[in-house]
Design a protein around this ligand. Structure first.
Ligand code: PLP
Length: 429
C-alpha cells in the first residue's frame, strides 16, 4: 500500500494528508491514488510485454469515469459485462476496438449496442447467446467477433461466491459443449469464432489454476485449428490477487512467467482482464466514528458512519480489510490477518460496524485497534476495487463521494449523493 502511508502519526495519500481531504468532503469518502493505479497497470503491462497483449481493465471493479479515463489514456482497453458498463467505458474515452463484453445474460439490446459501437469481441457464455449474437449481427449485416468463454471445471481456491470456473458455476461453456459449437461454428454466418476466454474467479493466490486451465485450453485450441477454426486470441481473464493483510502475495511477473510459455506455444494474442489488481490497493474508504458502545457481556462496538451499503465485501464474502485510525501514534502492524489479530498493550478488541439495520453490517469482528473516540477517523484499506462499484443506497443512505489524489492535489471525481438524489426518478402517483 505504498501510496497510502503514515507520516508524523497521520495517514497520507501520495502528498496529501487524509485529514485535509476529509475536512473538506466529510465522511464516508473513497480516496484513490492516481499514481498507484498507473503503476499497477504498468506493472502488468511489463509482466506481459513479451507477447502482443491487450489489457482490458475490468470496469466492474471500479467504474468511476475518471479512473477509467486515466486507464484509457494509458492505453488500457475495458472488460464490460453490461450495456451500462459499455456506456461508461465509451464515455471515459475507451477505444471500442479494445472493449470485450462478457456476462451470461447479454440481451439483444445490449448485443446491438455493442455491435453499433464496433467493440473488439464478445465473450460468449452459451449456445443460446451465440445464436442471439448471430441473429442480431445478421440483422445489422455485421460480423461479430467472439471468444468462447470456456468453463474448464477448475477450482481457483477462492471464496465460494467468487469462484467462476467450476462445473457447477453458471459461467462459461464446458469443453464438450464447446466442441459441438466449434464443429458448427462456420454455419453461424454473422459470427467469427476467433478467441477463447477463461476467467476462473477472484482473487486467485496461486498460478496453478491458470496453468491447469491453460493445459486444457491448449489441447482444445489444437482441436479448433484442425477443424479450420483459427483461434487467434486467448483471453486469460482477471483474478490476480492483491494483499489484503500486508502479507506478500504473488506478483504479475509470477503469473506471466508461467502463463507466457502456453501463449507462445499457441501463438495467440493475449487479452487480460484485471480489475482488483489495478484498483484494489489503490483506494481506501475513510469513515468517522459515530459512537462507542459496550454491552453487559463486555462486547465493544465501534459504530462508524460507513456501512455495508458503502462497502459490501465483508458482508457479502466475509472479506478481510485492514482498518486503522487515520490519526494515531500506534503503528499499524505490518501484517494483520484474520487469525493473527494481536491485542497489544494500549489496544482494544472491538467489532467495527456500520449503522445499517442488518447484523451482517460488520466491517471487522474482534479486531484489535487503538482506542478511538467519537469523531475519530478510521481508514478501511484495500477498498479501491469492488468498493464503490458495489455500493447501494440501502436504508436510504446517500452514497459516499469519491476523491482522486494526484501528487499534492486532490479532486472530487464523484459528488456525495444527496437526499434528493435518493428519490430522483421516483414519481408519487
Ligand atoms: C469475466 C471477468 N473478467 C475479469 C474480472 C476481474 O477480476 P479481478 O478484479 O479479480 O481481476 C471478473 C471479475 O469478476 C470477471 O468476471
Amino acid at each position: 500500500m505504498d501510496a497510502f502511508y503514515y507520516k508524523e502519526n497521520t495517514l497520507c495519500c501520495e502528498d496529501v494528508k487524509i485529514n485535509e481531504i476529509v475536512s473538506e468532503t466529510g465522511t464516508p469518502v473513497y480516496i484513490y491514488s492516481k499514481n498507484a493505479i498507473l503503476s499497477r497497470f504498468n506493472e502488468l503491462k511489463t509482466a506481459f510485454q513479451e507477447v502482443d497483449t491487450t489489457i482490458c481493465f475490468s470496469v466492474k471493479s471500479n467504474s468511476n469515469l475518471t479512473i477509467c479515463k486515466i486507464l484509457a489514456n494509458e492505453g488500457s482497453g475495458f472488460d464490460v459485462v453490461s450495456g451500462g458498463e459499455l456506456f461508461r467505458a465509451l464515455k471515459a474515452g475507451g477505444t471500442p476496438s479494445k472493449i470485450v463484453f462478457a456476462g451470461v445474460g447479454k440481451t439483444d439490446k445490449e448485443i446491438q449496442y455493442a455491435l453499433e459501437n464496433d467493440i473488439f469481441m464478445f465473450n460468449v457464455e452459451s449456445i443460446a447467446e451465440l445464436e442471439h449474437i448471430n441473429a442480431v449481427a445478421g440483422n445489422m449485416t455485421k460480423t461479430a467477433k467472439v471468444a468462447l468463454r470456456i468453463n474448464p471445471d477448475i477450482d481457483a481456491k477462492t471464496h465460494a461466491k467468487t469462484t467462476t470456473g467450476k462445473k457447477e458455476n453458471k459461467f462459461g461453456i464446458d469443453l464438450i459443449v464447446a466442441e459441438t459449437i466449434i464443429e458448427k461454428a462456420k454455419s453461424y454466418k454473422n459470427v467469427n469464432v476467433c478467441g477463447l476466454h477463461v476467467h476462473l474467479g477472484s482473487p486467485i493466490y496461486s498460478v496453478d489454476p491458470y496453468v491447469n486451465a491453460l493445459k486444457k485450453i491448449t489441447v482444445f485450441i489444437q482441436k479448433c485449428r484442425k477443424t479450420g477454426i483459427d483461434i487467434r486470441y486467448l483471453n486469460i481473464g482477471g483474478g490476480y490477487c492483491i494483499s489484503y493483510t500486508g502479507e506478500e502475495v504473488i506478483k504479475p511477473k509470477d503469473y506471466s512467467a508461467q502463463i507466457l510459455p502456453f501463449v507462445k506455444e499457441m501463438q495467440c494474442q493475449v487479452i487480460t482482464e484485471p480489475g482488483r489488481f489495478i484498483a484494489g490497493n489503490s483506494g481506501i474508504l475513510v469513515t468517522s466514528v459515530i459512537y462507542n458502545k459496550q454491552n453487559s457481556h463486555g462486547k465493544k462496538f465501534v459504530i462508524c458512519d460507513a456501512a455495508m451499503n458503502d462497502l459490501l465485501r465483508p458482508a457479502l464474502y466475509d472479506a478481510f480489510h485492514r482498518i486503522w485510525p487515520v490519526n494515531t501514534n500506534i503503528a499499524m502492524p505490518d501484517i494483520e490477518a484474520p487469525d493473527q489479530c494481536e491485542v497489544k498493550q494500549g489496544m482494544e478488541l472491538v467489532d467495527i460496524v456500520g449503522p445499517v439495520c442488518e447484523s451482517s453490517d460488520v466491517f471487522a469482528k474482534d479486531r484489535a485497534i487503538p482506542p478511538v473516540n467519537e469523531g475519530n477517523l478510521l481508514a478501511i484499506f484495500s477498498a479501491g476495487a469492488y468498493g464503490f462499484s458495489m455500493s447501494s443506497s440501502y436504508n436510504s443512505r446517500p452514497r459516499p463521494c469519491e476523491i482522486l489524489v494526484d501528487k499534492d492535489k486532490y479532486f472530487v471525481i464523484r459528488k456525495r449523493e444527496t437526499y434528493e438524489d435518493l428519490i430522483a426518478g421516483e414519481d408519487i402517483i
